[in-house]
Design a protein around this ligand. Structure first.
Ligand code: GLC
Length: 745
């Protein structure tokens, strides 16, 4: 619709119609099968709110949503289409690896393609907006939502979030007819949670956040700033406060920083109930005041809190809230619907897309392979197909390779590892050994209602379903090889899943120890939504492959990697701690005094633990391959434009099999008026090489990207000695170059 007509529509709308656009309801008021992703209060929304609410979340199903849309538009005074939103976090029906795993692929193009398929599958079933990508920098694995993040690095999070957003809003190109800004197979994306949620104190869910303004701006806002280039349709406010001021009532954050400084032009939506929670955070005295604070701060849509639905109309009528603020927010929502082309076709994208298409599954498989990280390999992997192998552990027969945020995924669509192995007719025997969780752990983690969309079917029966292929532990001899597939349950990560310890489930630890008693030839395959404390597992295993929560194609990916049909190429998007006492730990921890160095390891008066190392078990950016690579030291390359820095190096596959290396480029400020991170990732490139093949890698860095905040929060963009390194992890340096940019500001 032309802007002129859209403005005309806004001018004709009643106050209730405009306020309706600012309210998002859960789908249960329209359909009892809707997915609940938050708590619902006692109060039923006023009837006019159900009639005029501009968007709904948590519903799926083309026929159902088509019928609801038709009825809703018919009864709406101006027939404005309803916008169906949902949490499509890592796939809709074809489930990809969790975002924490996708980031380990260091393969932006693949992540973008996968998001395009997720968008097309969503649109085909009526969903036209997702609450994804999550941009929260996360360094604390005690926080369950680290699984939804792209890990600890601001730059990697920014790159991955940008391409995932672009994928959502571009779709996969199928069914394209009109020339709408977000095409039929595309959906509106939403950067969340703005901002700082990944830094909750002590990794405890919904806890306060204590970050300096400098760290907030340089690390936690960076991914959001980077993703603005992809023109996000929405930004979601975080539950937390920043510097003691809750985001959903924080005008400085939402207006001055997000809109004016970052140039965001879309719709701000609150997180579930976070407007109403201003009262719990004691910054307002009631829901009317919460509504007043949020609408003045710039929250355009109140998701599922009582504030807007019960109080906004009265606040306007009593003159506390100017109509201009209502017009501004209603306008932002109408523009978003217009970008989606809903006024021309409220059912855009609902034809034609095949769910779980061969193409979508192919991309999901590639991503599951490239998201897995080979952490250890004492020449045990890859296994030979003719090798007699025991596949053991509760995940061998499990379809629970998805996650709590795969709310529309179906375990029935997931092959088990044992099914994949049987199809290959390999000489394998299965030793399930134990359940994923003990009964007590199942109760603690509410594992039986783990699927947010009430999924009745239980995990396939583990034992007896394949007759003679089952073995007992006693059959495992000292020379036998065992692939042990272990890990957290789906319910143990995601929202409201913080943990104080990072251990494997109890029964699995015992089973692992029992197997380790019998043989040392163990391949440990770990399924988890977060870094776990795997130190003892790694000590007793000859190989460790971290598969995260690999999604619909996870079993195929694990088998291909273990037998060398694919070469592992994943690199850690988050440090694996030595133990839980070490968290939060990240490669970009700032420099301290009393620095521990190789020369003074015994000196106790250094910044260190006396009982464990400072370094994580496996660092950010680390991952092994079945082949080997060399990277030449970086050299500076003269640039035509003086505001660009060129870094050149070469990478070569010096092994026997094809593989991919991720060349990482880090910058370190050698001396500055403020203490700075040890180093910061500034570029990376994944290079696929045949044996013996060599390729040049050139990074072009804009000097603005190296700026940081000085003592008075002024931007320092030069005059500082810098050291730039390249390598294949945050700990490995293939050399460095030093440079100093002239100071501009
Ligand atoms: C949840 C989450 C948010 C999600 C929203 C809608 O509470 O915090 O990430 O998108 O509510 O389900």
């Amino acid at each position: 619709m032309e802007e002129r007509k859209l403005k005309q529509l806004l001018s004709e709308m009643s106050l209730r119609e405009k306020i309706g656009q600012m309210i998002q309801l859960t789908g249960i008021y329209f359909d009892e099968d809707a997915v609940l992703t938050g708590a619902v209060g006692e109060g039923q929304p006023p009837q006019w709110v159900i009639r005029y609410a501009g968007s709904v979340l948590g519903m799926i199903g083309a026929e159902k949503l088509r019928a609801i849309q038709k009825k809703y538009m018919k009864e709406h005074p101006h027939h404005i289409p309803l916008l169906f939103m949902a949490d499509v976090i890592h796939g809709c029906r074809t489930i990809a690896p969790i975002p924490l795993g996708q980031a380990c692929s260091f393969h932006p193009e693949l992540v973008e393609k996968m998001a395009g398929h997720a968008a097309a599958e969503s649109a085909a079933e009526g969903i036209k907006a997702t609450f994804s990508p999550m941009m929260d920098v996360s360094r604390d694995p005690r926080w369950g939502r680290i699984m939804e993040s792209f890990g600890e690095d601001p730059f990697l999070s920014g790159v991955m979030g940008t391409v995932m957003l672009r994928g959502y809003q571009k779709g996969n190109g199928n069914g394209q007819k009109g020339s709408r800004e977000i095409p039929e197979s595309g959906i509106a994306g939403c950067l969340k949670h703005f901002a700082g949620y990944g830094a909750v104190n002590a990794g405890r869910e919904y806890n306060d956040v204590e970050i300096s303004q400098r760290t907030f701006r340089e690390q936690y806002l960076k991914p959001f700033r980077m993703a603005m280039h992809a023109d996000p349709a929405m930004v979601m406010t975080a539950f937390n406060a920043v510097d003691r001021r809750p985001v959903s009532g924080n005008k400085e954050l939402l207006e001055d920083i997000l809109r004016k400084e970052m140039g965001f032009r879309g719709t701000v939506i609150s997180d579930w109930g976070s407007v109403g929670q201003l009262e719990e955070q004691n910054v307002v005295s009631g829901q009317a005041e919460a509504a007043d604070a949020a609408v003045h701060a710039g929250v355009d849509i109140d998701m599922m809190s009582p504030a807007y639905m019960f109080h906004l109309e009265e606040l306007v009528e009593e003159g506390h809230v100017p109509v201009s603020l209502i017009d501004r927010s209603a306008w932002n929502v109408l523009v978003m619907k217009n970008r989606l082309g809903l006024f021309e076709d409220p059912f855009a994208g609902m034809e034609g897309e095949e769910q779980l298409s061969a193409e979508a599954k192919k991309i999901a498989l590639a991503l599951a392979c490239e998201s897995s990280v080979l952490l250890k390999n004492a020449d045990l992997l890859p296994l030979k197909p003719e090798q007699k192998v025991f596949w053991a552990g509760p995940y061998v027969e499990s379809t629970e390779l998805l996650s709590r945020w795969a709310i529309f995924g179906r375990h029935d669509d997931v092959e088990t590892i044992s099914e994949v192995l049987r199809d290959r007719k390999l000489p394998v025997r299965f030793v399930p050994g134990c359940e994923i969780l003990t009964e007590e752990e199942r109760r603690l983690w509410q594992a039986d209602n783990c699927r947010i969309q009430g999924e009745e079917e239980q995990n396939k029966e583990m034992s007896g379903s394949c007759g003679d292929q089952y073995a007992d532990l006693e059959e495992i001899g000292p020379e036998d090889t065992v692939v042990l597939v272990l890990g957290e349950h789906e319910a143990q990560s995601g929202e409201a899943a913080s943990r104080a310890f990072l251990d494997l489930p109890e029964g699995q630890q015992k089973f692992f120890d029992a197997v380790a008693e019998r043989t040392s030839h163990i391949v440990a395959v770990i399924m988890s939504g977060r870094p776990l404390d795997i130190r003892k597992i790694a000590e007793k295993s000859q190989a460790v492959l971290l598969a995260w929560r690999p999604g619909t194609m996870g079993a195929e990916a694990v088998v291909r990697l273990v037998y060398g049909e694919e070469t592992p190429s994943g690199k850690l998007s988050v440090s694996i701690p030595w133990g839980v006492g070490q968290v939060p730990v990240s490669y970009w921890d700032v420099k301290t005094g009393h620095r521990m160095t190789e020369t003074n390891p015994e000196n106790r008066f250094t910044s260190r633990y006396m009982d464990i190392p400072n370094e994580p078990l496996y660092p950010f950016g680390f991952g092994l391959s079945y082949t080997g690579f060399t990277i030449t030291p970086p050299v500076l390359e003269k640039q035509e434009r003086e505001d660009k820095i060129g870094i050149l190096c070469k990478v070569k596959n010096v092994g026997e099999v094809p593989g991919a290396e991720v060349v990482q480029c880090y910058v370190e400020t050698l001396c500055a008026p403020v203490v700075r991170p040890a180093k910061e990732l500034i570029r990376f490139r994944k290079v696929f090489l045949q044996p013996g093949e060599e390729q040049k890698v050139k990074f072009t860095i804009d000097r603005k990207e190296l700026a940081f905040y000085g003592a008075d929060m002024e931007l320092i963009d030069g005059g500082i000695p810098l050291r730039i390194t390249v390598g294949n992890s945050s700990r490995a340096e293939a050399g460095d170059v030093s440079l100093q940019l002239d100071r501009r500001s």
